[in-house]
Write a protein that binds this ligand. Structure first.
Ligand code: ATP
Ligand code: MG
Length: 325
């Protein structure tokens, strides 16, 4: 039965490939229309349109009883849900990734517990070796859970700008000092250049300390064993790749293997690691830079990553500076 279309939004015409009548013949939509007419009740359904970039449409067919003055009997509402669906998929991926990351150390713990109760029961040497691995795996799970909780806390307040000011030289100095044991373990020399006049505002000092910590840890852990890491904090006037207003620049660079160009845009994705095996053995969960990015976004700052494969990586964070007076 032909169903003339009385009115249609220009948007719907554009989305339907220019032909609303053809859209009405889509089996899902046609079905919903039939049901709405037969049952005289609103119908809802989901529809995927195979146009150039696939679109996911939520549709709602509403019967009009009595019919509209011009004879119209149905109103069809099409809403583009492509973005929401992408967000839903991202969430599902995230949960799957997080569970997978937790399952790996958990499986190893369960395995060792079984071994310790059975075959290794009377083997003190094996027992102490296994306990060391178990301690390491539980530490890994603890770190992962801390990072996940931290990330969700930061995401919750990402749209609420920080208040207060952050004296970055002080913060960076304290983080560098706290890193001493890791520096010694990796035989890394840390060169610091900290300008006391570098004060970010509005800023959350605790979050910025985490930014410095995550970047420093990466440079030491993913950089070269026995290498040198440069940490600098400075006031900058802006311009070039930086916003054209006074700011503060925190830079961390190393002389390690660097990062292949194609990976750079994806580094701030959760759980993204260039070399999964290597990062995991370095104790990484792949959340550090995701946390950095969220904090920088909250501060309306900028994260710049540069790397030449084979000759180190440089991470710079620009933040708005406190205005004097
Ligand atoms: N300075 C660096 N040099 C080389 N690769 C790096 C450097 N910093 C980060 N990367 C790469 O980027 C990836 C993501 O870093 P990120 O800090 O998000 O995770 P991680 O260090 O693996 O784990 P986490 O920080 O959660 O403990 C790392 O796994 C590593 O492959
Ligand atoms: Mg890291």
């Amino acid at each position: 039965m032909p169903r003339p279309v009385r009115f249609s939004a220009p948007e719907a015409r554009a989305r339907g490939g220019g032909d609303v009548a053809a859209l009405l013949r889509h089996p899902t939509l046609a079905n919903a229309v039939d049901r709405a007419l037969a049952e005289q009740r609103p119908q809802i359904a989901d529809l995927a349109l195979p146009v150039s970039a696939a679109q996911e449409i939520a549709l709602r067919v509403i019967p009009m009883e009595p019919p509209l003055a011009d004879g119209g009997r149905l109103v069809i509402l099409l809403s583009d849900r492509t973005r929401e669906r992408a967000v839903e998929r991202m969430r599902a991926d995230f949960v799957a990734n997080a569970s997978h990351e937790l399952r790996t150390p958990l499986a190893s713990l369960i395995g060792f517990i079984e071994t310790l109760r059975g075959p290794a029961e009377d083997d003190p040497a094996a027992r102490s070796r296994f306990l060391a691995i178990m301690a390491e795996q539980s530490e890994r799970m603890r770190r992962l859970i801390d990072d996940l909780l931290g990330l969700s806390r930061i995401e919750l307040n990402e749209h609420q700008p920080p208040t207060g000011a952050a004296r970055l030289a002080e913060i960076a100095g304290a983080e560098a000092a706290a890193l001493e044991p890791l520096l010694r373990r990796r035989r890394v020399t840390l060169a610091q250049s900290l300008d006391e006049a570098a004060v970010a505002a509005p800023a959350d000092a605790e979050q910025l300390a985490q930014v410095v910590r995550n970047l420093l840890e990466n440079a030491v852990r993913h950089g070269r064993e026995g290498g040198t890491v440069q940490l600098s904090v400075a006031r900058v006037e802006g311009g070039g790749r930086l916003p054209a207003r006074p700011g503060v620049l925190v830079a961390v660079s190393d002389d390690g293997p660097g990062i292949p160009r194609e990976h750079i845009p994806r580094l701030t994705e959760r759980f993204y690691r260039v070399d999964r095996g290597r990062s995991r053995s370095a104790g990484g969960t792949g959340l550090g830079l995701a946390i950095v990015k969220h904090i920088v976004n909250r501060h309306r700052g900028l994260l710049l990553i540069e790397s030449e494969e084979g000759s180190g990586a440089s991470f710079r964070v620009w933040l708005p500076a406190a205005t004097e007076g």
